[in-house]
Design a protein around this ligand. Structure first.
Ligand SMILES: [Fe+2]
Ligand SMILES: [Fe+2]
Length: 337
């Protein structure tokens, strides 16, 4: 059996022939291609159809950016900036999340026979490994203190593990898009770090685009008798994710300390990133705007993840009922910057 590390460290196609270092023009073109994609297949792309499956795999392969994100010579930071970056409570969970994701995606890719889906999910595992490398090197470069990484154990229920990773990426990325924008406009991160993490954010957008379409395809081609069991599993995954997040919130409250493994880091971390007074409504609005912007370049016939945006819309709706509207100007200013 193929070792999982072989899957997440080897691309389905080689990038060794690319010129190194690449020209600025090649880097720019790859960045554009990663954000804009349409299928040449005419007509609707119905989930379950061979056309939809091909479009999903083509999207993932053709938007692949061989150059970014990449490990850079991290700039020396001013003491203030260094302190801000190193004291953020997100690094442990971020590194470990990428480590788990690469393993779980590789495990799922290994058991798939369909060449299109196998190619896409293997590549996704490779990209998670690249994220982990970038983060690990950054942590080393800035001497960020880390809790020891737990051992990464191959999942026994591979489908369950893939669903957990896929759905949590959908939720985490949605809020991370907003958090990243806050960090960018507040000047919290130095420009080099923003530049390095921007393509990581866009890759997560591609990952959840792939996951949403994989899920629709998987449901459509699944024999009817398997479906009820699968839907129970999906519900259990959501139950687990909610428990995981609420469970950690409770542990923070109980001992009065911030937990190092805060799974709600995209929301809690945002408060640390700006001196601006960002309300919950502002933040939800910003996440929705950023989410729409990041997906806007991709073929509208491919499905988008809906749950996290719907949660944000529901929160906004309730806040409006309570008379707490987002500050339109502030959110708009942040986006325009
Ligand atoms: Fe990632
Ligand atoms: Fe991802």
């Amino acid at each position: 059996m193929t070792a999982l590390a072989d899957i997440y460290t080897r691309l389905p196609d080689s990038i060794d022939d690319l010129p190194s270092p690449p020209s600025a023009e090649a880097v720019e073109q790859a960045d554009y291609r990663a954000r804009h994609w349409s299928s040449s297949i005419p007509g609707p792309l119905r989930p379950g159809s061979p056309e939809h499956k091909r479009a999903m795999a083509d999207m993932f392969r053709e938007t692949f950016n061989p150059y970014r994100p990449s490990v850079i010579d991290w700039p020396k930071l001013e003491p203030d900036a260094l302190k801000r970056v190193t004291s953020l409570p997100i690094w442990d969970i971020a590194v470990q999340t990428e480590g788990k994701a690469r393993l779980r995606m590789a495990a799922y890719a290994r058991m798939i026979d369909d060449p299109d889906i196998k190619d896409a999910i293997s590549r996704n595992a490779w990209e998670e490994n690249r994220h982990k490398e970038v983060l690990t090197r950054l942590v080393e470069a800035y001497g960020i203190e880390m809790a020891p990484e737990p051992p990464y154990i191959e999942p026994t229920d591979v489908e369950w593990a893939y669903l957990v990773t896929g759905f949590s990426e959908c939720v985490d990325s949605f809020f991370a898009f907003g958090m990243f924008r806050v960090a960018q406009t507040s000047g919290f991160f130095p420009a080099e770090l923003i530049e390095t993490f921007e393509p990581v954010m866009q890759e997560e957008c591609r990952h959840i685009l792939l996951f949403a379409n994989w899920l629709a395809w998987y449901r459509a081609v699944m024999p009817a008798w398997k479906r009820p069991w699968f839907e129970m599993k999906v519900l259990a995954v959501w139950g687990f994710l909610i428990y995981e997040r609420l469970g950690l919130v409770r542990s923070v409250d109980a001992d009065g300390e911030e937990h190092a493994q805060d799974n709600n880091f995209t929301v809690t971390g945002t408060k640390d990133m700006t001196s601006q007074d960002i309300t919950l409504a502002d933040f939800m609005q910003l996440c929705l705007t950023e989410n729409a912007r990041r997906f806007s370049g991709y073929d509208p016939r491919l499905l988008r993840p809906r749950l996290a945006p719907n949660i944000a819309r529901t929160i906004l709706f309730v806040l409006r009922l309570l008379g707490r509207k987002p500050h339109e100007l502030k959110a708009g200013a942040a986006v325009a910057a």
